[in-house]
Structures are given as structure tokens and as C-alpha cells.
Design a protein around this ligand. Sequence first.
Ligand SMILES: Cc1cc2nc3c(=O)[nH]c(=O)nc-3n(C[C@H](O)[C@H](O)[C@H](O)COP(=O)(O)O)c2cc1C
Length: 585
Amino acid sequence: MLRSTLLSTVSRQTGRTVTRPCPRCARIRQASSSAKSNISGNHGSSRYVYATAGVLAVVGLYAGSKSSIHLESRVDVDKEQRTDVDGTVSGAKGSKNAGVISKIDPKEDLRAEGWEVEEPSNETKEYITMAEVGCHNLAHDAWVVVEGKVFDVTEFHKNHPGGSQIIVANAGRDPVHPPNTLENNLAPECFKGLVNPKEVEESLRAFEAEQQRVEKERNALPPVETMLGLDEIEETAQSFLAPRVSNYYSGYSLDGHSAEQNRSSFRKCRLVPRVMRDVTAVRPQTTIFGIPSALPIYISPSSNALLGHPDGELNIVRGAAKTGIVQGVSAAASFPLTEILEEKAKMDEESGNKMGMVYQVYLSRDREKNVEQLQQVVEGGCQALILTVDSNVGDHRQVTEKLKGTRGNAEPGIRMGPLGTEDQWHDSSQNWEDLSFIQQHAPGLPIYLKGVSHIEDVRLAKKHGLAGCILSNHGGRQLDGARTGFDSLRSIYAQDPQLVRDIDLYVDGGCRRGHEVLQALAFGAKGVGLGRPFLWAQAAYGEKGVIRTVRILEKEIATAMQLMGVTELSQIKPDMVECIQEIWK
Ligand SMILES: Cc1cc2nc3c(=O)[nH]c(=O)nc-3n(C[C@H](O)[C@H](O)[C@H](O)COP(=O)(O)O)c2cc1C
């Protein structure tokens, strides 16, 4: 049964979502009662414009210097892939997400305006409009435009080397991908047609204008040396990044209780320093995931650094290498692991030291993907593996969905359901038995389970021979209401201090100051991970921002150690941190 496509637009006045049937699709449906296509999507023009403005800054790297449109390379469209229905043309045969192609042919008008216009193909005389492309903007229905060509990347994005999210984030949109890379990896049937070149041109112009704005504002930022705290760097980044980028980085699930508590849980403790001790020289060095580290912190794996800066994760590699801290690389990084490893090799050669790099994986629904990935990780020289287990289904980020974040426009009731289950990287069947599979394919690599809260799960991790656990609620981005990593640590320590000694525990979420790192160490944590601060820092200042962030934390940690009366991290004890019950109420 054909349903009317609904358009959702966010009223700028009321901020409320207004939903109405799409007149265009309704017209097409009237005309094509026998259409095979199952059209779904929302492409309200005001939302589309808003979302487009958001994406422009996001894909700086991809934009490159592309300023002209080349439609010279034709892709043969199999006649049978398109079914003419009363003047409209539906998408690929058998595709549940088949598209709709306009019967309006603007080519003559365009030629009259002086455009050089090529024929889309012998079979297809019409162009796909950007509005139509915009209908296909979801993880399970994703089209993108590259150099005027429209591709269905619904299947491809799940295996995209740069991560699924970056593709989905740009689904239904402008040209965003380096030329030829998609074409070479896509089956011919994924080609949907061409977009009106004038529209592409306009969209590119807007894209470039936004790129220039971001670059200009980034260049006008106060010098990185004037940044004194991690929050200040975040504010600076937020001041010029497109709302969509800011929203993605700061995003949390549902009401953000866990994200908020991540910050506040550290502030509910009081430090109880010791005095009259010689603290002239302090040693904040330690080992993180078994790797020597300058500080008891590490960069927690976080996806899509490229959203904020064209060098993305490469900034983080350079910053981590130059400051001697360990980088956790996300399975959904925006650069392929091969490129990240190449950058690491360069840094290792320059410094003569081997930087610390650990790789994060999700258990994929397609285990073969994990096998390939793990082989790359082992051969590439990553020193440990982080297995993130708090994402067995996708997140539920209401705020992000509203802003057309990474998941497309959410149509309540229609779209919310499948989002969590479509992604290859979230396997809701994952369980303890799967650990042997990971262990088998990552021989010799210590494995740390990320996203643990319950003491019994720490015990099980130990029983299964894992090197440690990262107590975390994923920065409040998965289960809203989940206990904070720091609170889990305190609770586990209170129940079974020996367990904390027997297995390595790390904590992440909400830590922004050096003394907060020490609070976690007091209860036995081996180190603390920070996610967002490094994303913001590289977005605003590139590699220098990463370095500045580490330097700020280094100073804060060293000063806090001196003021606490300790010279070694091992001297920080639980009796030096008081978490008073009344404060928690
Ligand atoms: C934008 C963003 C992307 C993230 N991507 C991943 C990821 O790909 N894998 C993962 O295990 N954790 C991911 N995380 C969670 C972080 O590793 C970390 O648990 C969390 O950010 C810590 O909280 P903090 O940002 O307050 O420091 C992400 C976090 C953010 C903010």
C-alpha cells in the first residue's frame, strides 16, 4: 500500500515540528498507482536548507578544491533498472528505496541560460532533483551525490572504510565525497541518475561559502596559548562550528542525564590533601593499556573527527605522538585505519619513539568484517584492543535526530525503530561467548572491555582473561540514566577493593580537570579517558589544540599532585578523596 510521504519542517518561530504530506510525492503517487517504488522520506524545504547549511562545514576535507562540475563520465544505466510509470520513473528494480525522478526537464531552460548541459543518459532524460535526493537521508535509505551523480549507498555505507556515520550524515545531500572513490566501490545498480547541474552548482557554491566561513573564523580564533582550560577550548570551538557539528560532538541520548552526571559526579567529591611533604619533583608518568604514557590519561576513541577539522584523526595522531599519550582510535573514525597508521609511522620515525595507539572495535553483525579489521589492527602494530560493548544497539539521540545529525530526519513512529538495528556495527546478539572469537583473531593483543558498569561484569571480564575494563557510559550517548564511570569505580572499589587490584580498570566520561583524574586514581583507576575535549580541540586548533589540551591537563595534574602532597601517582589513596553522602542527595 502506498503511503503519503510526510514532510517534517521545524518551525523557526515555535521550534515545533510541523508535519504535512509532501505534495510532490502525492502527485507522483496519484500518477503512479502501479509504481514499484516504496517511497519514504521527509524533505521539507526549510529543514533541508537548515540541514544543508549544517553539513557544509562538516565535510571540509571532502570538499577539497572542487569548484566545477564534471558530468563527462557516463554510467550506463540498465534499462530494466528503471520502470516508466505514467511519465515518472522509479528507481532500481527490486530496491525497496527506489527513487523518484522528476518528469520536469529543465535542460532547455538551462541551455537558454547559457549552461552547458549534457544528457543524463540515453534512457533517462530527466534529472533527479536535490529535493528528491534529500528524501533518501537515512541509514537504511541513503543516497549521496558525487560530482552530480546520485548513488544509493544504503548497503555500502555499512562497510564504508571511513565509517558508516560519515556517509549517513551526508545522505540526501551535496557532493561530499572525493571523486571516483565511491564509483569504484559501488555496484552499477547503485547509480541512480544525475542531478540538475545548476542545482549542483548552487549547492557547491553554498558548500564552499560555508567552508570559507569556517576557515575564516578558525583563522581568527584567539591564539591557542591563550586557552587555559578544556571548557574554554570547547566554547571556542562551539563559537564557529556549524550547529550540526557541535550537536554531534556534544550529543547525548534522550534527556542527557548520564552526560550531565558524568560532569557533576567528579564535582561531588572533596579532596583531602596531605601537607608538609617535599613535592619539588612530581612524576605523573604511568602505563596506560600496558603502554608507557606521560600522563594517567588517554584519548578515548571517538568517531568522526573530520566533522570538525579536515585533518580529523590525523591531528590526534600528531598531538598524541608529540605529547606521549595513548590514542584510542575509533572503529568509526573518519579516516581509514591504514591512513591513521601511516601517520603514526611518520610520527614514530620523526621522534624515534613508538607512540601508543590502541584500536577500538565493535562486534560486527558480519563477523568476517571483524576478522579483516582485527588482522589490520594486529599487523598495523596497534598495542591493545578496546572492545566497546555498550552499543549493542544504536544510540537514541533525540537532539541530534532533530537537527538532522548523523541519522537522518527522524519521523516518529516510522523511522525511530529501524535506526537502532540497521547498522552492521551494532550486534544485539553479542554475548560473553563471542570473546573467544575476538581473542582468537587478535592474538597477543590485550583486550579491554569498554562500557562496563556492573561489578559482576568486571568479574566476568576477569574470568574470561581480559586485561581490563573501561567503566563508562559512552559519554552519556547510549543508555541515558546509566551510572557514570566514576561512580561505577567508587562502587566497585567499595564492594571489592581486591578486584580493583586484580584487573586493570579505566574510567571515562566528564573528566575535564587534572584533579578529577587524580580522584579516579584514588579509587584504583589506572587512567582516565577523555573523548569530547580532543574532538573540540582538534576542531578549533588542529594538532596544536590536541597538544594544548594535553599540556593543560599535564599542568593541572602536576599542580594537583603537589597540592595533594604526592610525588608519585601510586601515593594517591582513597582516604584523600571524600565523597560525602549528603552532597549526593
Ligand atoms: C562524538 C563522539 C563519538 C564517539 N565515538 C565513539 C566510538 O566510535 N567508539 C567508542 O567506543 N566510543 C565513542 N565515544 C565515546 C567516547 O569514547 C567516551 O566514552 C566518551 O566520550 C567519554 O566522555 P567525555 O566525552 O565526556 O570525555 C564517542 C564520544 C563522542 C563524544
